[in-house]
Design a protein around this ligand. Structure first.
Ligand code: ADP
Ligand code: MG
Length: 249
């Protein structure tokens, strides 16, 4: 059976990626993309798997990777996951790296934490708070190098503190472009969450013909372990769904 979900992504998605507004509806969901309502055709199995992953209570379901070729529909499924999480009162932090971000240290976590209020940082011990605030451009850098371990430890404590209030989803689109420092800090922090529900929902571009995984993928896989990562491969749409897409567009 075809599942049609009305999706409307917030039209500021490119500039303010945290501002994706869920709209409640009985069996349909709504998002806005660039001000346009977009019907999502098919993808019932992929949407179901993503929603089921969110509902899973087991502590070993740390990350879900939505994987596929460019343009295949990963962001669409990833957006539905965010929408579902928000409907179920998760706090969602979003970042969507660009190709040019890959070489810029900590730009990913800077984006991810940009809507986190200062009070959440205030609870951190000073030796951790300073490095994380410098790494995420909340504070001017002083002398000396940024210590990645201090940034990772501070991020661990920050996320744990936020998760006390409820489930926390870290949503990263195009995670293959996540800069190495952010991927390391996130992997470090996710691996060390032992109480609250903190999860990573990431979309990864897989290029045809390459067996090589992106550096960010390898970082998450080695820190979290394969058993803690669920994967939703996104392949071509069914003929029925393509037919419906043609009829509805
Ligand atoms: N199931 C679908 N139904 C309707 N439109 C879709 C569907 N999947 C993707 N699209 C459209 O195709 C385009 C590419 O999809 P997107 O999710 O951005 O792909 P990816 O993230 O894999 O590059 C977007 O304009 C999106 O709205
Ligand atoms: Mg995409």
């Amino acid at each position: 059976m075809l599942l049609v979900v009305r999706q409307v992504l917030d039209d500021r998605l490119g500039d303010d990626q945290g501002a994706m507004l869920p709209i409640k509806a009985s069996s349909q969901l709504a998002f806005r993309v660039g001000g346009l309502r977009v019907d999502v055709i098919g993808r019932g199995a992929e949407l179901d798997r993503t929603r089921a992953w969110l509902k899973a209570t087991s502590s070993d379901r740390t990350a879900l990777f939505i994987e596929g070729e460019p343009g295949i529909g990963k962001t669409t499924i990833w957006s539905d996951g965010i929408n579902q999480a928000r409907l179920e009162d998760w706090t969602v932090l979003v970042c969507r790296p660009r190709p040019s971000d890959a070489g810029l240290s900590n730009v990913g976590i800077t984006d991810l934490l940009r809507n986190v209020p200062d009070e959440a940082f205030a609870d951190l011990p000073a030796p951790q708070r300073g490095p994380l605030e410098v790494a995420t451009l909340r504070k001017e850098a002083g002398d000396g190098d940024l210590e990645p371990r201090a940034v990772g430890t501070a991020l661990t404590a920050l996320l744990a503190g936020m998760a006390v209030r409820g489930s926390l989803l870290l949503a990263v689109d195009d995670a293959q472009w996540l800069d190495a420092a952010s991927a390391r800090a996130l992997a470090f922090a996710l691996h060390r969450q032992d109480r609250g529900n903190v999860r990573l929902l990431a979309a990864f571009r897989i290029e045809t013909g390459t067996a090589r995984a992106s550096a960010a993928f390898t970082t998450f896989e080695s820190a979290l372990g394969r058993d803690h990562i669920d994967r939703v491969p996104v392949g071509p749409m069914s003929v029925a769904a393509i037919h419906r897409l043609i009829l509805e567009t």
